[in-house]
Design a binder for this molecule. Structure first.
Ligand code: BGC
Length: 767
């Protein structure tokens, strides 16, 4: 990047600075800095101000008085370059003042935070946003999040999480875009654009930090933090593409992963952070470790002690250490003295941090306007973007007999059943901290608002909550741990729920996982509906009342019984602040669902990991019969999602029968809304290479477009297939290849699309 747009100050006003100014000012500062000051700039600390509703002090594993005190002391002596976890503009200003006034050179701190799916306005969880396949909505969502974050003084989001996740036992599947590298890359880039705009120095923008480089989603057994073993071909073809896309979109930061990757802790991998990220992809931003990753090099059995860990991480290319306390990077001056790191490496990392701060305009305007922050957080326009996102994210899994949409005019009563139906905290999902529960619209609220007094809406939770086996740091906020109301008796409540359903015209059951069951440190050994929810669903269906199942989840669940017995199933994910409004709009047909699954939905946990893009391998005719006791096909395929209308595809045309490796092919298809109402669909293109230097997947997504069509309307959708869509990293040549071969193309509404064509790829085009 050469000349950059004008950076903004922390209040969002533009300040005039060019790339040359930034470089010159950073250089001038660097020349004045001592090794200890440099190490300070490379150190980021958590700041745990006591949350009012914090209940579990032990889960944090730190002394909650001593930790913030130590951080403040370090700030005031220039020993910290960045802080994370503070979101209150008043405290951010206070801490920034300590920093700026404390260090001799007046270098401000960078404030980072997990702005994962919104700050005050909470969007659907990331996997849900990916299920919208709607890149504009995804970008807008993160732009709103960036605006709110910047207003309170946060300069940097630890997002997007772009880890490909193919094992739904892993709780962090919820934070990513699912199993597919092509969708994952598109969603990653859209999020980076949303956070940063054209440049994070602009007004209302923040630095994006794609994470966790690399391979975190492939933890053994889906167990969070367990080791990962991935072949090179899987890394290059599957795991890396979303990171590469985020880097190409200009991401200012990248975060390391925690675990061992192929026998080396990711946080000490020079191959990842220097050879791949910088030398191969040209990444120009700065790298941060995940929390305590540098110290953990000792725990992993790689480094001898903290100074050794610091030297190894910095030399690998990890510019900044994120630490809870006692940063290993505080030992960098000794490491320098002992020649374990060289000065040039240290300076390069410091320069990157200083440049990021200068680019953000922090030196000129370190503080935020607290009144403006309050206004921005309350912006009703932000809630609108969140509502649309929740509508677009929902996936209609099944709709037998067109039970949905419901016709409010023909209903007199509705029973809304389930423990998640009226739980604001669960409606928001995990990885949010700055939410407003009072303004969060639950499914029950949303339905009541929609039908007013015309329809009687009764609600019963039906079942009690399920508690986790082992405590986690993520339980630290009181609201994160679900509780039964006082005097709750599950049997009585269960009967009440079933009676309500029996007496209603329609039953809406909201089932899934409490939000604390998914996310970091929330892997599961089962995909079953927790607690007595399945029993409750079965009892409701047995009443004979037509039943709609709304699934609140961030991973596929074992819905084998529901998929055969519940007529309508709508996946609403954790839909966020405006979730209930969106769900009511979907239930009553104001909008038609148009989301599609970003993962293969297995029947049972025993099938995982299960992906649509497997290779043909041996006996492909038996692909669906690999198990003795269960079909080895998915319950719902990747890309699946119905609407209230019906779409057909025709006129599939590949514009050339033969293409050279460097050439472009264009594929077009006509998509028609064959139903009687406006609806949305995601047209998907899949590619398969028949033969070459390696076996290629039976299908791979290589194009998609979300379209809205009026009843009876049709449109031609065009997909480019350039060399970048056809190349792959071959384990035979150990490089990217474009083989001479034949490609099959399929286009349709999910990964089982059957409308197909083919073309060949030849060095010499056949005539
Ligand atoms: C997570 C990161 C997160 C960091 C800061 C870590 O435990 O792995 O994704 O950004 O904490 O909250």
């Amino acid at each position: 990047m050469s000349e950059r747009p004008r950076p903004a100050d922390s209040q969002g006003k533009a300040a005039a600075t060019t790339a040359d100014d930034v470089r010159a000012r950073a250089e001038a500062l660097l020349r004045q800095m001592s090794p200890a000051e440099k190490a300070g700039q490379l150190t980021q600390y958590f700041y745990f101000r006591l949350a009012d509703d914090a209940t579990d002090e032990s889960a944090l594993g730190v002394d909650r008085e001593a930790q913030p005190r130590a951080v403040e002391e370090a700030l005031a002596r220039g020993g910290v370059g960045s802080l994370l976890f503070e979101t209150d503009p008043v405290h951010i200003n206070r801490l920034q003042r300590l920093t700026v006034e404390g260090n001799r050179l007046g270098i401000p701190a960078l404030f980072g935070f997990d702005v994962i799916h919104g700050l005050r306005t909470v969007f659907p969880v990331p996997i849900a946003m990916a299920a919208s396949w709607d890149l504009d909505t995804i970008e807008q969502g993160q732009a709103v999040a960036a605006r709110e974050a910047r207003a309170v003084g946060i300069h940097w989001a630890f997002a997007p999480m772009v880890d490909i996740a193919r094992d739904p036992r892993w709780g962090r599947i919820i934070e990513g875009a699912g199993e597919d590298p092509f969708l994952g890359a598109a969603v990653a880039a859209a999020q980076v654009r949303g956070f940063q705009g054209g440049d994070y120095g602009q007004q209302d923008r923040i630095i994006a930090g794609p994470k966790h480089f690399a391979g975190y989603g492939a933890a053994l057994g889906g167990r969070d933090y367990d080791e990962v073993n991935l072949s090179d071909h899987e890394l290059w073809n599957v795991i890396f593409p979303p990171f590469k896309a985020a880097v190409d979109a200009g991401a200012g930061n990248v975060m390391t992963a925690y675990m061992d990757l192929n026998g080396v802790p990711a946080g000490a991998s020079r191959w990842l952070f220097t050879e791949v990220l910088r030398e191969t992809w040209g990444f120009e931003g700065f790298v941060v470790s995940d929390a305590n990753v540098v110290r953990s090099l000792v725990t992993h059995g790689l480094a001898a002690d903290a100074p050794d860990a610091a030297a190894r991480a910095l030399s690998a290319g990890v510019d900044m250490e994120m630490a809870i306390e006692d940063a290993a990077y505080a030992h960098l001056p000794e490491a320098l003295e002992a020649s374990a790191v060289d000065e040039q490496t240290l300076d390069t990392s410091v320069r990157r941090i200083l440049e990021a701060k200068l680019r953000l305009g922090l030196f000129d305007h370190p503080y935020v306007d607290e009144d403006r922050a309050r206004e921005v957080l309350a912006d009703p326009g932000h809630r609108e973007v969140a509502r649309v996102a929740a509508e677009r994210a929902a996936v209609l899994l099944r709709n037998e007999g067109d039970l949905l949409p419901l016709d409010a005019a023909r209903l007199t009563s509705l029973a809304v059943i389930g423990p998640l139906a009226d739980s604001p905290r669960d409606t928001l999902g995990p990885w949010v901290f700055d939410y407003d529960l009072d303004e969060t619209v639950t499914v029950v609220d949303g339905i009541r608002r929609k039908v007013g007094d015309r329809v009687r809406v009764d609600h019963a939770r039906g079942v009690g909550v399920v508690q986790r086996l082992f405590p986690s740091i993520f339980d630290m906020h009181g609201g994160n741990r679900p509780e039964d109301p006082q005097g709750f008796d599950e049997d009585t409540e269960f009967r009440r729920a079933v009676d309500l359903a029996a007496g209603a015209d329609v039953a809406v059951v909201v089932a899934g996982e409490w939000q604390s069951m998914i996310g970091e440190q929330a892997s599961r050994s089962s995909l079953e509906l927790p607690g007595r929810q399945l029993e409750l669903l079965q009892a409701v269906v047995a009443t004979g009342t037509p039943t709609v199942l709304l699934v609140m989840n961030g991973r596929p669940l074992d819905l084998r019984w529901a998929a055969g017995n519940v007529p309508a199933i709508l996946d609403i994910w954790y839909p966020g602040t405006q979730g209930g409004v969106a769900v009511a709009n979907l239930l009553f047909g104001d909008v038609s669902p148009g989301g599609k699954l970003p993962f293969t939905w297995p029947r049972t946990v025993g099938q995982v990991p299960m992906i649509y893009s497997h290779t043909r391998s041996h006996e492909p005719q038996n692909q669906g019969r690999r198990y003795w006791d269960e079909a080895s096909t998915p319950l719902f395929p990747f890309g699946h999602g119905l609407s209230y209308s019906r779409f057909t595809y025709s006129e599939l045309v590949v514009d050339q029968a033969s293409v050279t490796p460097e050439g472009d092919v264009t594929v077009s298809v006509r998509v028609t809304n064959a139903g009687d109402r406006e609806a949305m669909d995601v047209v998907q293109l899949y590619l398969h290479q028949r033969y070459g230097t390696a076996s290629r997947p039976v299908r791979e997504l290589k194009g998609f477009e979300r379209v809205t069509l009026a009843a009876g309307a049709s449109r031609q959708v065009v997909f480019p297939l350039g060399p970048e869509h056809r190349r792959y990293w071959s384990a035979t040549t150990r490089d990217w290849v474009l083989d001479e071969t034949v490609f099959d193309v399929w286009v349709g509404g999910d990964s089982t699309a059957d409308l197909s064509a083919h073309f060949e790829q030849r060095r010499q085009k056949s005539s």
